[in-house]
Design a protein around this ligand. Structure first.
Ligand SMILES: [Zn+2]
Length: 202
C-alpha cells in the first residue's frame, strides 16, 4: 500500500503503516484498533448467540490482522520495543482466538526447551528458551531459519514433556537472531500452569 496515505483516525496526522479492511492506520492506531477488535471478538465468542456470520467476520479480521501485524513487525523501520512487543502479543492473541475461540493470558517466563524440526532437506535441532508463554503457545528465541507453518517437536528440558507445535510467525532480529511464535497442535496445557490464576504479564 502507498506509504503516503494518511492514518484515517480523526485528528491523527501520521502516515498509514497498515490497514484493516481497506481502512488505513498509523502504527499506533493499528495496534490500538487490533486490540479493540480482539477484545470485542473475545467477548462476542463467549455469548450464546455467537453466529456463523460473526465467526466469518472474526476469521476475516484475524487473518488480515495477522498478515498486517507480521508485515509491520518485519518491515517497519521505526518500531520501538514496546510497539514490537505489542505486535507480537497481537499475533499470539489472534492465533489463540482463531484456533480456540478464546484469548488466554500471557506469562513472561524463561523455560529451557529443545526444538526439533524434521523438515526434509533442512532438519535442525537446537536448545533455546521461552520468552513469553500463552496457554496454547509461546514466543521463543530461535537461531534456525524457521518459517511460518513449520512443524516442530518441542521438548521441555525441565520436565521432559514433549509436544508438537506449529510455527505461526517469525521475526528476524539483528545478527541472525530470531524470535518465533509457536502454537501447540496436540497439547492443551503444555506449560502445566493454572491459567485461571495467571495474570497477564506482558
Ligand atoms: Zn493514527
Amino acid at each position: 500500500m502507498a506509504k503516503t496515505e494518511p492514518c484515517t483516525v480523526l485528528g491523527c496526522e501520521k502516515a498509514a503503516a497498515a490497514s484493516l479492511d481497506g481502512v488505513s492506520f498509523c502504527q499506533e492506531h493499528f495496534i490500538s484498533t487490533c486490540y479493540k477488535e480482539i477484545d470485542r471478538y473475545a467477548h462476542l465468542v463467549r455469548e450464546a448467540g455467537f453466529r456463523r456470520t460473526a465467526a466469518e467476520s472474526m476469521h476475516h479480521f484475524l487473518t488480515e490482522c495477522t498478515r498486517q501485524a507480521t508485515d509491520l513487525s518485519q518491515h517497519a523501520e521505526e518500531l520501538d520495543n514496546l510497539a514490537r512487543a505489542r505486535l507480537l502479543d497481537i499475533l499470539l492473541s489472534a492465533a489463540d482466538l482463531s484456533r480456540h475461540l478464546r484469548r488466554s493470558p500471557r506469562k513472561v517466563a524463561t523455560l529451557l526447551l529443545r526444538l526439533h524440526c524434521e523438515k526434509p532437506g533442512r532438519a535442525w535441532e537446537e536448545e533455546t528458551k521461552t520468552r513469553v508463554l500463552s496457554r496454547h503457545g509461546a514466543l521463543l528465541e530461535c537461531q534456525h531459519p524457521a518459517q511460518s507453518g513449520d512443524a516442530l517437536l518441542v521438548l521441555r528440558l525441565d520436565s521432559g514433556r514433549q509436544a508438537l507445535a506449529r510455527v505461526v510467525w517469525c521475526h528476524q532480529k539483528e545478527e541472525g537472531r530470531r524470535e518465533i511464535g509457536i502454537e501447540f497442535l496436540d497439547c492443551d496445557n503444555f506449560w502445566e500452569l493454572d491459567w485461571s490464576v495467571v495474570e497477564t504479564t506482558v
